[in-house]
Design a binder for this molecule. Sequence first.
Ligand SMILES: *[C@@H]1O[C@H](CO)[C@@H](O)[C@H](O)[C@H]1NC(C)=O
Length: 671
Amino acid sequence: MSKPGSATTISSLLLFLLLLLLHATANTETPSTYIVHVSQPAARVSSSLLRSLPGPTPRVLYHYTLAARGFSAALTPPRSPSSAAARTSSPSAATASATPTPPTPPPSSSRTPPASGPTPTSPPTSSSASSTPASTPSPRQLRRLRPPPPPPSWRGSCHPSFPCNRKIVGAKFFAAGYEAAHGPVDESKESRSPLDTEGHGTHTASTAAGSEAPGAGFYSYARGTARGMAARARIAAYKICWASGCYDSDILAAMDAAVADGVDVISLSVGASGRPPPFHRDSIAIGAFGAAVRHGVVVSCSAGNSGPGAGTAVNVAPWILTVGASTVDREFPADVALGDGSVLPGVLLYAGEPLPTGSVPLVSGSDCGSRLCIPGNLDSAKVAGKIVLCDRGSNARVEKGSAVKLAGARDDHGEHRGERGGAPGRLAPHPGYHGRGEGGEQDQELHPVRPLAVRESDLPGDRHRPRPAAPKVASFSSRGPNYRAPEIIKPDVIAPGVNILAAWTGESAPTDLEIDPRRVEFNIISGTSMSCPHVSGLAALLRKARPGWSPAAIKSALMTTAYNSDNSGRTIVDLATGVESTPFVRGSGHVDPNRALDPGLVYDLQPDDYIAFLCSLGYGPQQIGVIARDGVSVNCSSDTAKRLSSPGALNYPSFGVTFSSDADAVTYGRV
Ligand SMILES: *[C@@H]1O[C@H](CO)[C@@H](O)[C@H](O)[C@H]1NC(C)=O
């Protein structure tokens, strides 16, 4: 191995850097952000490396020291392959790799999954999601709710713009990668600070660790006392997503800071769009390895909202706790009765003025100028006073709803401008109807210009409809098999992710639409983004109760104690198919907070187990070095290296097997 800072190291780093730059097809004038993973302490090599490049020395965005080892910088790709080649010197085997950060790693798990039903809520208590009647907390209650001061080991801090308290003990933001690509954060649209001006972060943080909040609810929905899974845990917020997306360099910097600050659990409701990248090119996988395997921090991630197709799950590395979305035993049904007597069951979050009794004419969006209900394209004269049927797809549901509302309002002398007396859910800025609830599929959406009559079975006293069987797996929840390692079943577990009530920012509307003037303290939304913090909170409880457990042991406990039957005794149903789910859909099952405390059996893992796993997948020393930072010391075929006969031989709490014939036999050992 090269000594830190030696000439060989620098030149070999440069070589890898430039080789990768050659593959960049970007505009040769525009700098792109590259993450450079190095085998030596990053600060030492980055400045000499970058100074050795021709032209002005590029600016380093971040140094990574704990979650990863390396740095990110905005670099201009070489003008031509030959000029780049001329700058490289002798090749050697130091571990380094530079990867351009993806153009826009999207806000990943979206909070309003395209195929999800709307919104019931669930309190952050996983299986037993019940609320109690609302009341105003007494001063004594409020004191009791206040968490104790953070332990002396806490090294985090809050940005000066964001005062810390006993609950929020850290607040930082990471925008350098975003700004290198997009220019400065547009402060007319969002706050260049840790302040959440969007809502997703507030919702997920309060689901994981929100204090008890009596009197919570979204208008008349889901009223009661809400509490996070680990209500006495403290929260450190690391803001990484901005108006146009979340960038790898920022995500990795946030993970690095979280490890440095001394967090116990990282809850990351973010993931790649599309297929999961290979582990050595997946910044979340790389950062999670550093956090979980090197530094003992549990990393819990959303599986994604790209279901129900096979192989859609992201964040699939075995050192990540990967969470899919389930329903709870609460929904907000709203039926539409058609003139022919048929009834379309659906769900709705709306608490405004009801429709007039009697029939309301139904028109198709395609007969009114816009099949998809694109704002501005609907003919006001044709839709006014009617229910509009919009085709699914293309634009967001909230936008279809607002298109109908706007068209209707224009013809209605402004009667529908703004919201009167209450409110629809996030999925409908005005009353909207979405077929089939609970994260199921539907093909079309009905958008009445005037409110539909709504029946809420969630309200106390309503016995029109029995409580639905729960949990079920939401259609949108991303599924296995694991695209990168089919032997490792993903998701690992499922947790509530449909119609979840949790805190919301006062800085944006519950719909996130600019035309929506409402501000709420709580909102009801869906996605694996909501499932992930349920499990993160559970992991925090386990950390506290079982301080000696490794992240792998905590994950093992959650997986081996998960349950696989719903509250009617049937195997958990997959809403995408209506029949029993498989382990590729629900993983090891639905988390069980109480049983996880005492699993009886734990499958633990050490760093060299994961390295052997990567070797068994065929990763080379350089790729493994990027993930595990062992540099050239990783030699998969050395006599002393731990070996796995197959990736499925990893001491993981579950395994998948691919059989090539009926006669195939596979044997795996577990410890
Ligand atoms: C890896 O180990 C094998 C077996 O000991 C050895 O033959 C090989 O040279 C080693 N490779 C490297 C790159 O050190």
